[in-house]
Design a binder for this molecule. Structure first.
Ligand code: ACM
Ligand code: ZN
Length: 559
């Protein structure tokens, strides 16, 4: 599946060699701002039709004393060097030589919604100067990615002088929440892969990386107070696939707190917030293997070697379980500054709770009574998650949970989480509609559309594959304006039961993350699959130039 485009890599190398020798190719090749996700407005500047030609004389300038802009300037220089081989210097003042000038204008995008204003940017290209202004540094970071995507990438490997067209771009996002989730519980992905995923998200204007860090099959984050979470719970001896046989391929690994902080920093430099997920109270068998006292039966338990929905979950009837969870969260909050914290809540069977004296005592203490659709045990889960919501709120954070805490596959309301909970609607688009009608904020991430690891989704090829994502209505029909505003955005997920390496991971991620980005970012009025496909071909050339594996069968017809 590996697909590296040698010609393009050679082009960049050749250009670097020529530039270093002072001998530059004469042909100018001008790029195009028709990238993905599609910018809102692109028009010729009417000042001067000549493009801005990149050369090593160009300086990237930013305001003096603004550390975030200085870092953005370094990022742009680095991206341009990787894409073209040209090394640009950055400096904290303007210059008379050709330059790319980065700045922030808090008044840019006046009249837009707050999140749009913060993320908006304007690019103005003239022969000697490119100005990139953001509504905040976040906008500048998005604009940097647009500049990088708009660089020319010829297919024939010829050498050239890259240029941007004399255009003006103004752009801002459709939704405030533009996310992708990676499950590092079922399989562990090294830091290098995590950074690559973040690069890919940044390239497509996403702003959240949802990092799924715990599963029945593995716990992946160092918690200093509970060392057995990594000593015991981060290792399994193998995996039982369909045939029930252990494959004897051990899976292990975890991120130290230092490494997790580094991921947070790396992502922030690219405008991305890392949302950690600890899945509670289900999908916790690895935790139980390390600390059996957290379970209803006391164990013994093993880190799971088979997939599915497993019966052994946290015993939420015991006070000590809540203390343990809060200790873990205290360390987690210190690592991750994200306002949103994901605490799972999905697929939590109640069979142990039904028989557990501690859980049943808690149900009596709380006076939980079932009704037509909600059992006392379901209400116990609502109580548990509401306690955690309050804990997070006390620390200035907001809890996201999977929609199981509110509604089931039949669209029945089965829980009553606190109203501040953000519902991640993974079952069906209607799960999101239920959430917003019940007064919750919701994220659209239905498995039938945006689970890029789903086998049925992966079997689709050509336009069908793209359409599966492109046709998702992020805002379902029939909502009131108030309900519509509660859909904060969309998210794609890769669950790693059958994704053991980076090559497969990138194949699932690319190019459908670009398709999702069109929904998350671009103007819905410009929604048109046929117009998107040529822009996707350009994106695919970028993937090739970076050596990223991608699902080539979505672009089957010749150009
Ligand atoms: C999920 O797919 N269990 C959230
Ligand atoms: Zn219990």
């Amino acid at each position: 599946m590996k697909k590296i485009s040698v010609p393009i890599i050679l082009t960049a190398t050749l250009f670097a060699l020529l530039a270093a020798s002072g001998c530059q190719p004469s042909e100018i090749l001008t790029g195009d701002f028709a990238v993905s996700p599609l910018p809102r407005e692109v028009r010729a500047t009417e000042v001067d039709p000549n493009p801005f030609v990149l050369s090593s004389n160009v300086r990237i300038c930013h305001e003096q004393g603004d550390e975030a802009l200085a870092a953005a300037a370094e990022l742009l220089a680095d991206e341009i060097r990787q894409a073209t081989g040209i090394r640009l210097r950055t400096q904290a003042r303007e210059t008379s030589s050709p330059s790319i000038v980065l700045g922030v204008d808090a008044g840019l995008g006046a009249g837009l919604r707050d999140f749009q204003q913060e993320s908006c940017y304007r690019i103005f290209v003239s022969k000697d100067k490119v100005t990139l202004t953001g509504g905040s540094v976040q906008g500048v970071l998005h604009g940097i990615q647009t500049l990088v995507k708009a660089l020319p990438l010829p297919e024939d490997g010829s050498s050239f002088r890259p240029a941007w067209p004399a255009d003006e771009v103004f752009d801002y996002p459709e939704f405030p929440y533009r996310a992708f989730m990676l499950d590092c519980g079922r399989h562990f992905f090294p830091l290098e892969t995590v950074r690559k995923v973040i690069d890919i998200l940044a390239l497509h204007n996403l702003n959240y990386f949802h990092w799924h860090l715990s599963e029945d099959q593995g716990w992946r984050l160092e918690i200093k107070k509970y060392p057995k979470l990594t000593e015991i719970a981060s290792y399994r001896p193998g995996t039982e696939y369909q045939d029930g046989q252990l494959d004897d391929v051990p899976v292990s690994g975890f991120y130290t707190q230092e490494e997790a902080r580094e991921v947070v920093r790396y992502a922030a430099e690219r405008g991305i917030t890392v949302i950690p997920e600890i899945d509670l109270p289900g999908h916790t068998q690895a935790m139980l293997a390390a600390y059996p006292e957290l379970g209803c039966t006391g164990g013994p338990y093993e880190v799971a070697t088979r997939y599915g929905v497993l019966d052994d979950v946290l015993c939420v009837g015991k006070e000590s379980t809540m203390d343990f969870v809060k200790d873990v969260l205290t360390e987690l909050l210190d690592i991750f500054p994200s306002e949103y914290i994901h605490l799972g809540g999905d697929e939590c069977p109640k069979v142990r709770w039904e028989k557990c004296p501690d859980c049943q005592r808690k149900i009596r203490e709380l006076g939980l009574k079932g009704d037509g659709h909600k059992t006392p045990e379901e209400l116990l889960q609502s109580w548990f998650s509401s306690q955690l919501e309050v804990f997070l709120a006390e620390h200035g954070r907001r809890m996201i949970c999977w929609n199981d805490v509110l509604c089931d596959w039949s669209d029945h309301v089965v829980g009553a989480p606190s109203k501040q909970t953000v519902i991640a609607a993974w079952m069906r688009p209607s799960s999101a509609a239920i959430a917003v009608r019940e007064g919750y904020d919701a994220i659209m991430c239905p498995c039938g559309y945006v689970y890029f690891s789903n086998a049925e989704n992966n079997e689709l090829t050509g336009e069908e594959s793209l359409r599966k994502v492109y046709d998702l209505a992020v805002i379902p029909e029939g909502l009131t304006p108030e309900e519509r505003s509660r859909i904060i955005g969309a998210e794609a997920c890769i669950w790693s039961e059958r994704v053991a390496d980076e090559e497969k991971l990138l194949w699932e991620l690319l190019p459908r993350i670009s398709t999702l980005a069109e929904l998350q970012w671009s103007d819905p009025a410009a929604h048109n699959l046929q117009a998107y496909i040529p822009r996707l071909r350009h994106m695919a050339r970028i993937y090739d130039s970076r050596g990223w594996n991608w699902k080539t069968d979505v672009l089957t017809s010749p150009q």
